[in-house]
Design a protein around this ligand. Structure first.
Ligand SMILES: Nc1ncnc2c1ncn2[C@@H]1O[C@H](COP(=O)(O)OP(=O)(O)O)[C@@H](O)[C@H]1O
Ligand SMILES: [Mg+2]
Length: 397
């Protein structure tokens, strides 16, 4: 039994190599070589002046969109590109955040002074249009002050590429969270940047349904992006994500049956892989990590997640919203027709339409396709049902 094994080096909690949590870089970014290689190619091409389609990484929560964007930003820095990362959810608003980052990036750069100044001036004049950013440069007259955000953004992108003499790489996380006005400005700017041959590399990420939302704002958006559909990791990559970091953290091994159990329990989803592996590491006392350690570790992680993921989310909801969540969970994994959820609640879609849209704004569910609804967190349905078994009255009031 696991309890009788002597503690061995390398399995101290402090040495735990895994990285559970939103936006926390994993020790090994597994199974994303295709996307990383493509991004490296785009950055290289932009350096030669070529213009390519923006990329949009689409996937459910926890599939690894944010850390992929971060890895691409690292790659861009290695190429000495000007890199800006902005999260649409940012408290100060997306465009001010983007401009602030650009301002900081430009100030750090060495380059033809006049041009850098000019680009900074454009950032400043746009900041005036957008509001809310403190920048010190004088707004430039005549450029970047058209009052049309999209036009100004294109000029800004062009000026930055020109000034720095290296590609500009922009990553935008949670694209679907942008306000209509800012999303529209960004989309129009991207389209114009393409037709005006601005060597800008643009990579965005969003939940399934983000493309539909973008197309609602600007109909050309559907053709604007090349989409990276991010799904759960294939078995081989998922196995590497678990096994390699342990080996690198001091020669800790996983029994094959143990990893297989973990990967299956996680459904290959990176978020669960990290959580399950981290708890299993803390559960095990010596190498190799066994199937029994893993069963226990996964069980502990699931109990914690049911609590932190589900309870924290459900507690913020109204009774009606919770009822909707429980009905959706009872329908099982994946997407379901809105009508089916309403029917399970003994009513029709129109009667729960506002409940559904409030849950979408709260980020609990999303509409992967028109008329459909699904949880934003994979396997969330299971946790809701488990949580329900322990304390359904909590969830139903
Ligand atoms: N390719 C990957 N290999 C291993 N772990 C990953 C991978 N992608 C993401 N993760 C891990 O999964 C979790 C969620 O990643 P995150 O980028 O926040 O997802 P998302 O932005 O899609 O919600 C983090 O703990 C991260 O370290
Ligand atoms: Mg994210």
């Amino acid at each position: 039994m696991a309890v009788n094994r002597a503690p061995a080096g390398g399995l101290e909690p402090a040495a735990n190599p895994y990285a559970p949590g939103a936006g926390i870089r994993p020790p090994l970014l597994a199974g994303r070589d295709a996307e990383l290689n493509e991004a490296a190619r785009l950055i290289g091409r932009a350096g030669l002046g070529y213009v390519d389609q923006p990329r949009l990484a689409v996937g459910v929560r926890g599939v690894g969109k944010t850390v992929l964007l971060l890895a691409i930003r690292d790659e861009a820095r290695r190429h000495d590109a000007v890199t800006v990362h902005a999260q649409a959810r940012a408290g100060e608003g997306f465009l001010p955040a983007l401009l602030r980052e650009l301002d900081i990036e430009l100030r750090r750069r060495r380059g033809p002074r006049g041009r850098i100044e000019q680009a900074l001036g454009l950032v400043a004049s746009l900041a005036v249009t957008v509001g809310g950013v403190r920048v010190t440069a004088r707004p430039a007259k005549g450029r970047g002050d058209s009052g049309d955000l999209a036009v100004d953004l294109v000029e800004l992108f062009a000026a930055v590429c020109d000034a720095a003499g290296t590609p500009l790489v922009v990553t935008v996380d949670e694209l679907g969270e942008l306000s209509d006005a800012q999303l529209s400005a960004l989309l129009v700017a991207l389209q114009r940047a393409g037709s005006e041959q601005v060597p800008l590399v643009m990579l965005a990420a969003g939940l399934p349904g983000v493309l539909r939302r973008a197309a609602e704002v600007e109909s050309f958006a559907e053709r604007l992006f090349a989409v990276w559909d991010l799904g759960p990791l294939a078995d081989e990559a998922a196995t590497a994500a678990v096994v390699d970091p342990a080996r690198d953290a001091g020669g800790v091994a996983w029994e094959p049956a143990a990893v297989a159990h973990l990967v299956a329990a996680a459904g290959g989803y990176p978020f669960y892989l990290q959580h399950f592996a981290a708890t299993t590491w803390d559960t095990a006392t010596s190498t190799p990590i066994t199937l029994e350690d893993t069963r226990l570790g996964v069980e502990r992680a699931e109990a914690r997640l049911a609590d932190s993921l589900v309870r924290s989310r459900l507690e913020r909801l109204s009774a009606k919203e919770r009822e909707y969540v429980v009905a959706l969970a009872d329908l099982g994994p994946g997407a379901h027709r809105s009508g089916a959820v309403a029917a399970a609640m003994g009513t029709d879609s129109s009667a729960v339409a506002t409940t559904r849209s409030r849950l979408i704004s709260a980020g609990v569910v999303h509409a992967p396709r028109y008329g459909q609804v699904a949880f934003t967190v994979p396997m969330f349905d299971r946790y809701v049902r488990e949580q329900g078994r322990e304390g359904r009255p909590r969830a139903r009031r």
